[in-house]
Write a protein that binds this ligand. Sequence first.
Ligand code: FMN
Length: 350
Amino acid sequence: MLYISIQFRNIELKNRWVMSPMCMYSCENGVANDFHFVHYGSRAQGGTGLIMVEATGVEPRGRITNHCMGIWNDEQAEALKKIVDFVHTRSESKIGIQLAHAGRKGSTWNNLQIPVEEGWETVAPSPVPYHPSERIPHVLSIEEIREQVQNFKEAAKRAIKAGFDVIEIHGAHGYLIHQFLSPLSNIRTDEYGGSFENRIRFLLEIVKAVNEELDENTALFVRISGTEYADNGWNIHDSVELAKILKEHAVDLVDVSSGGNIHGAKISVFNGYQVPFSSQIRRETGVKTGAVGLITKVEQAEDILQKGEADLIFVAREILRNPYIAVQGSFEMKENCFFPHQYTRAKISS
Ligand SMILES: Cc1cc2nc3c(=O)[nH]c(=O)nc-3n(C[C@H](O)[C@H](O)[C@H](O)COP(=O)(O)O)c2cc1C
């Protein structure tokens, strides 16, 4: 199934391999450069069905570090367009972008918070830092929450102008949207906190605002943490309920990761450790899902699809090691996959 195409709105992916979004911390002022051109371009040469550009800040405070990617201005969008155009003209891959806001996990370097003078005052739903040693984040007022929704909408508009095929909203890993979802990081008492309905409101408002910008030529994915591995925290049942609602709101795929919101949470990591969350969400809601997390082998990826545990396979570290995993898999499985015509002589090993 890895090489059976799949459609999201009018976007057809030639195969089920996705380059998972990965921060490269290599921008100045949020602008993509030659490194990113080669980095993403080589995964297009490698036949990857969908390339997801790393977490990209919808405003300066939405970045994790000073060197993260941004899409809050036209210069940033123009730099990304160069990559998108290459992917569209030189490969059969599609390309998406992950729109993100780091919230209380911003203003860091090497996973440590940096001083306000070198970074910025972080924002969050509640005055609860990620780690007790960190600064208390600024609590977003209702008006500021609306501004954040607008930031995602404007970012989506720029992404469409740059030609992206897919927009993924980053609702996972303890970043701003996840901070709203979890009762452990969101202790608000207004309409954005308390009940499940209130905690998911921020994400749903973003989904609605972004969808207003999209037509059938751009698909919408949402990445969530299936669980945050904490008592009384966000869990897989919440994720199933959320996925049902996202499906009703025209979200095309839920990309299922886990963790990231609770410092020191115990996570048992093994091959395909997050696949069961994707599987449960897919089974219980009928929404299309993406599986991610220690998927490193072609057979393993094929098996996940065959068992109906996911519709797409997101690969992060393995595709850094092997940008050609999609092509390599097609050779192993004797399937068709894009391969640069310049490389045709390498199709047969003898
Ligand atoms: C260098 C690096 C940067 C990452 N940056 C992001 C990111 O920008 N957005 C995101 O949702 N996940 C990010 N992740 C998580 C990956 O997308 C993926 O979910 C995780 O690494 C598990 O997949 P793997 O076992 O295939 O590496 C990052 C992972 C790595 C290794």
